[in-house]
Design a protein. Structure first.
Length: 471
């Protein structure tokens, strides 16, 4: 149901909710304000498990910066919480609604405003889908590297909110490396621009970086100036089988210590390989304990893959198979991209961890996760951006089984504890959201929490921006 100015309030509406709707509709088109409970309920949460979500009072779909400003001015005047959302593909509950909030879904602000091959920048609205931008800049011979696994669905605004990564991080880095400037609507409705579009710039504090990864807790991103790169050659992929996870991680260490710069270096453990085969019948080698995928997008990728393959063999690879062409390379990458979907099919529900450790301790992370899986009698598959130490242990469980759900949650916490023990971090690219609030405090300590709370107080004195997340 789309709320109109002449519609009578529902009986269950409180005076406060009615006032909120009236004031929102004073500055928004009627079709941008959704109040049907069945519709608003569909905006209540992202894709994370075990994350509570409240009931939104209303969902707003703005199309302009002015719409967003009006929402924030209204929310400030009424002290109503606002939860910004993109495509809700997040995995930490960072986009989950709180009771009585305004859900601000930015998916309708989806224009690519500029692609500049000379300055190598793109200017976009937050609702632009990652893959859409990547294809658009590719037509200009340019490349936007960040490519989360959900790149066909996730939005640039969401990527900025969680500082997303992807398969290419080992060579090209994460979203934060490509955000030059932002347009941000603050909690009180003021519009602020940060950063620059020049190749260099150090004027004042780096507020742009402060907003990247802030999960909508400091302001609403309504525009972004993104750095682009020249489009590289098509990459070729190599697959290497190992009889143990330790041997595969040893190969990763040899590759990085040897100064190689692959465009991709991914690991799939035995559980994940079997899950992908069961789902898609891709013929991956289930005899392997760990499958390492490496790629180069250099002028002579075959030579680079040969050198990397030799290092894999020295580390104990039982088989090294370089792809013959781009089609075979894409098939191998498709197997990796199917990993999380395949693991979800094992039991119906997953908890996807996001622990990043130093590369030198990647083997310990895999071994520790295997011990945790045995302890809790659970299926836990591991996929990893091995080149930067970012692991995704994925706990598979039956959400209808309370006992198994309890063990899943406990195993998830032990995996995060293991990551911290190994000198790592609780999240490399998914964010904190609701899921990891307690663990953020453990990682950064009481002084760190205090300082971050003070920063939020400066930008959001009423505490209305995405409340209940991070802290």
């Amino acid at each position: 149901m789309i709320m109109s100015r002449i519609e009578a309030p529902r009986e269950e509406d409180t005076a406060g909710t009615g006032n909120l709707l009236d004031r929102l509709l004073d500055g928004l088109p009627a079709d941008a304000v959704l109040t049907d409970p069945d519709v608003t309920a569909s905006y209540a949460n992202d894709m994370a498990s075990f994350c509570p979500a409240g009931t939104p009072a209303v969902v707003v779909l703005p199309r302009t910066v002015e719409h967003v400003q009006h929402v924030m001015r209204t929310a400030t005047a009424l002290s109503v919480p606002v939860v910004p959302q993109g495509a809700r593909t997040g995995l930490s509950g960072g986009a989950n609604a709180s009771d009585g909030c305004v859900v601000l879904s930015l998916t309708k602000m989806d224009r690519i405003l500029e692609i500049n091959p000379v300055d190598r920048v793109a200017v976009v609205e937050p609702g632009v889908v990652n893959a859409t931008l990547s294809r658009a800049v590719g037509e200009h011979g340019l490349y936007y590297p960040p490519d989360p696994s959900s790149w066909e669905m996730c939005t640039i605004g969401g990527n900025i909110g969680t500082a997303s990564g992807g398969l290419c991080c080992v060579k090209y880095g994460v979203t934060a490396e490509y955000v030059l400037g932002l347009d941000v609507v603050l909690a009180d409705g003021r519009l602020m621009s940060t950063g620059r579009r020049t190749a260099k710039g150090v004027a004042g504090y780096d507020l742009t970086r402060l907003f990247v990864g802030s999960e909508g807790s400091l302001g609403i991103v309504v525009g972004a100036t993104l750095a682009l790169r020249p489009k590289p050659p098509e990459q070729l992929v190599l697959a290497a089988e190992f009889s143990s996870g330790a041997a595969a991680c040893d190969a990763v260490c040899r590759i990085m210590a040897g100064g190689h710069v692959p465009s991709l270096l991914e690991l799939m453990d035995r559980t994940t390989v079997k899950a992908v085969n069961d789902l898609a019948h891709m013929g991956l080698p289930e005899s392997t304990e760990a499958l390492l995928l490496a790629a180069f997008d250099t002028p002579d990728p075959a030579a680079d893959l040969a050198a990397l393959g030799a290092l894999c063999e020295a580390a104990g690879a039982t088989q090294v198979v370089p792809a013959d062409d781009l089609a075979e390379s894409e098939l191998l990458l498709q197997a990796r991209r199917l990993s999380l979907t395949a693991l979800e099919a094992v039991k119906g529900t997953t908890m996807i961890d996001d622990v990043c450790v130093p590369r030198s301790r990647l083997g310990e992370m895999l071994e520790g996760t295997e011990r945790i899986a045995e302890k809790y009698q659970l299926t836990i598959g591991v996929v990893a951006h091995a080149g930067d130490g970012n692991t995704h242990p994925t706990v598979c469980f039956d959400a209808q089984d309370p006992e198994e759900s309890r063990r899943a949650r406990e195993s998830f916490d032990e995996i995060m504890a293991l990551g911290l023990e190994l000198g790592g971090t609780i999240t490399g690219e998914h964010g904190v959201g609701v899921l990891k609030k307690e663990w953020l405090a453990r990682e950064i300590g009481p002084v760190g929490v205090e300082m971050q709370r003070q920063i939020k107080q400066v930008f959001d004195p009423l505490g209305i921006l995405n409340p209940g997340k991070l802290f």
